[in-house]
Design a protein around this ligand. Structure first.
Ligand code: ATP
Length: 680
């Protein structure tokens, strides 16, 4: 019955959508100079894009809501993009980000009154129906009611979520607009003027939620923020490629997606600066079996290192101000006190470069006036030339140095020249000080400031990196997400979120924890939690959404039979129809060696390495640290022995990352002694 009713509604809506789309297509695009017509053209393009999305999948939900003030039940069809019938002014499809749609996500099935915040204030009412729909190729394929007023059964919401989670994945992360959960909805819609920090277990939807939050912010604050001024920082290119589809699916374009180092080097704009290749550094690090020791006093990732740099920059600024009076010609004197007054009072708020530039300009103007003392134009000319020469030497201490030169000078002044990197061999942790020096010395171009910043895998960020970004971001609008249990770059990152909270202040920060894992089956999550139990100071265990699958299989293999067992596993998973398969090794070296051993027997096997720029899906072999952030229908972890994964924090986190990549199937192989991390 409900399906028939929905088929009819869909047909009616499709007629209008198609008509509107055709009408827009008939208008020739405007390419002229008239501003008003350009604005109209841009609006038509937005409408066309919205209609294209709607024609593909018009909506996924229906909410029947009775607004007590209006006194009648209205049907709201919720889709990825809002569409109004241009002829009648009726809303055909409600945008999922619109205020009324928040009821669809927040509603948990109770008979109580509900309300939502609209621009006109609170709207009270009650929900009569919450329905999920799957529409493909203009057909209503599935109708699931998660709530019908007056009926007792309200389990349809879970049924629909489980149905979605049970689907197989391809090589890209997807949007979740149809099944956003209540706790995720809160984070997505959190106001923009607070820093949102999310600690979420593996598979809790952190990345997905952050991307939906961007789409929401752009909708809710469309007058204040622009997509080009939003930026997403993610750990590597493979990951960026993996998440690249979500925002376009949500109809959002133009948001920069990059890694911190790529962005930093572009911003520093000094072609001589080069990083030690990251893959090289990471490879070395992950090939090591113990954590490196860091001198905490001189740790370049910390706030205290930033403060040291700050103080040194201030000293340089003062030291470079001339201490004597300026005497362009004998007997004519410009007093140094005046200069100090300009610097310390008139230009107090300006950055160093601007202070110096303005001082120089004012002194030049002063010379122009003073030179008028000479009557003869020729004499004036000569005097001016001489005075400018004197000025150059007067201001000689002030050198317009590049951030790198200032950095080296500062490290020398601090007596820490051994920390100075070569120009073409920078470490990742040199980037934050360099950017900081650039920002403080030369300022930040207004156009290059951010309206909102997303940092994924933020547990691998340093407080210094964050402090640098904070200075470039209007209204401290950040979404920061990560999982301390997956902090496998602990040499680069943080051990707890407090240092980030301190940076912004408690009142400016909203901290959320997500402990439900949507990615994996119950069995995989329970198994991965055993690994986590070996970690001291671990955050909460992941709680499964009850989706059951096969048991995790631990298989002891001899070196001789290993290859055959792997081939057998691949065949088995492929025969089960799994789309994305991953074989995960401890190191890149092992990935390469297994690949050479297996490539003849498994021709479609592809290596995914830290240098890659894309992830193609299918059957991959990759080291665990490259797999971070990705997910696969089936995962085989190789070499889960005591040597590869001893009971120490880095190995524990790595093994946890490897196991939590699996959606539906997880198998483990080991030779020799099984890692203690896998024993209860
Ligand atoms: N509400 C939801 N409805 C449907 N699927 C969801 C939902 N929330 C998360 N997922 C799915 O769970 C999986 C994990 O999401 P995501 O990669 O965003 O998690 P994460 O917390 O960033 O994971 P990790 O820390 O392990 O990288 C994805 O396949 C995502 O589509």
């Amino acid at each position: 019955m409900s399906k028939q009713e929905e088929i009819k509604v869909l047909e009616e809506k499709l007629v209008i959508l198609t008509r509107q789309y055709k009408q827009l297509q008939e208008i020739p695009p405007y390419t002229g100079e008239d501003f008003n017509l350009q604005v109209l053209e841009a609006s038509r393009q937005r409408q066309t894009a919205a209609l294209e999305i709607a024609l593909k999948e018009p909506y996924f939900g229906r909410l029947d809501f009775e607004d007590f003030d209006e006194g009648q039940v209205e049907q709201h069809y919720i889709g990825k993009t809002g569409i109004t019938d241009e002829e009648t002014g009726n809303i055909l499809i409600v945008d999922w980000r619109a205020p009324v749609a928040s009821l669809f996500y927040a509603f948990s099935g109770s008979e109580d009154d509900v309300y939502y915040e609209s621009p006109d204030g609170l709207i009270d009412g009650e929900i009569h129906l919450k329905r999920n729909l799957i529409i493909r190729e203009n057909n209503v394929q599935r109708v699931v009611d998660s709530y019908v007023r007056g009926q007792q059964e309200t389990s349809g919401g879970d049924e629909f979520l489980l149905y979605k989670l049970g689907e197989q994945k391809d090589n890209r992360l997807r949007d979740i607009v149809a099944t956003i959960q209540g706790e995720q909805n809160k984070i997505i819609r959190h106001p923009r003027n607070q820093v949102v920090i999310i600690q979420g277990v593996a598979g809790s939807g952190k990345t997905t939620v952050a991307l939906h939050r961007l789409a929401y912010l752009l909708y809710e604050y469309r007058e204040q923020i622009r997509a080009e001024r939003m930026i997403i920082f993610a750990p590597n290119s493979v990951f960026l490629d993996y998440i690249s589809q979500v925002l376009p699916e949500l109809g959002v374009g133009d948001i920069q997606q990059t890694t911190f180092s790529t962005w930093a080097l572009t911003t520093l704009d000094d072609h001589k600066l080069k990083l030690i290749p990251m893959h090289e550094r990471r490879r070395q690090y992950f090939e090591m079996r113990t954590n490196e020791q860091i001198d905490t006093d001189w740790n370049k990732r910390t706030q205290s290192f930033k403060e040291k740099i700050d103080r040194e920059l201030e000293k340089l600024e003062v030291e470079w101000i001339p201490t004597e009076d300026f005497e362009p010609w004998p007997g004519v004197i410009f007093q140094n006190e005046q200069l100090l007054r300009w610097m310390n009072e008139d230009f107090k708020e300006a950055v160093a470069i601007t202070k110096f530039e303005r001082t120089k300009a004012r002194l030049k103007r002063w010379i122009e006036i003073e030179v008028k003392r000479f009557d003869d134009p020729k004499e004036q000319q000569q005097a001016k030339r001489k005075a400018n020469e004197q000025l150059r030497s007067y201001l000689r201490k002030w050198k317009n140095e590049k951030p790198y030169d200032l950095y080296i000078r500062i490290l020398k002044n601090l007596g820490k020249f051994e920390l100075a990197p070569k120009r073409d061999q920078l470490e990742l942790e040199d980037l934050a000080p360099l950017l900081h020096i650039q920002q403080k010395w030369s300022g930040i171009d207004k156009e290059k400031q951010f309206d909102h910043v997303v940092i994924d895998e933020a547990q691998d960020f340093s407080p210094y990196q964050l402090a640098v970004l904070k200075e470039r971001t209007r209204g401290q609008s950040f979404t920061i997400l990560g999982d301390l249990s997956q902090g496998i770059h602990s040499n680069e990152g943080i051990e707890e979120w407090q240092s980030f909270i301190d940076l912004f202040g408690e009142t400016k920060t909203a901290y959320f924890e997500m402990d439900k894992s949507y990615r994996s089956t119950y069995e995989i999550i329970e198994f991965s939690n055993i690994i986590l139990s070996h970690l001291e100071n671990r955050p909460t265990y992941a709680k499964p959404v009850f989706r059951s699958g096969d048991n995790v299989n631990l298989q002891a293999v001899t070196k001789e039979e290993e290859a055959e067992s792997i081939v057998h596993w691949v065949n088995k998973m492929q025969s089960k129809g799994m789309n994305t398969l991953a074989i995960i090794t401890r190191t890149e070296k092992e990935t390469n060696s297994y690949y050479h051993q297996l490539k003849r027997q498994i021709p479609d096997l592809t290596v995914v390495s830290s240098q890659d720029h894309s992830y193609q899906g299918g059957l991959s072999i990759l080291p665990v640290y490259v797999s971070k952030g990705l997910e696969f229908d089936a995962v085989l972890v190789l070499g889960a022995d005591e040597q590869n994964y001893p009971k120490e924090p880095l190995a524990t986190k790595l093994l946890y990352v490897a196991c939590t990549r699996a959606l539906h199937h997880l198998d483990i192989m080991y030779s020799g002694t099984l890692s203690k991390l896998l024993q209860k």
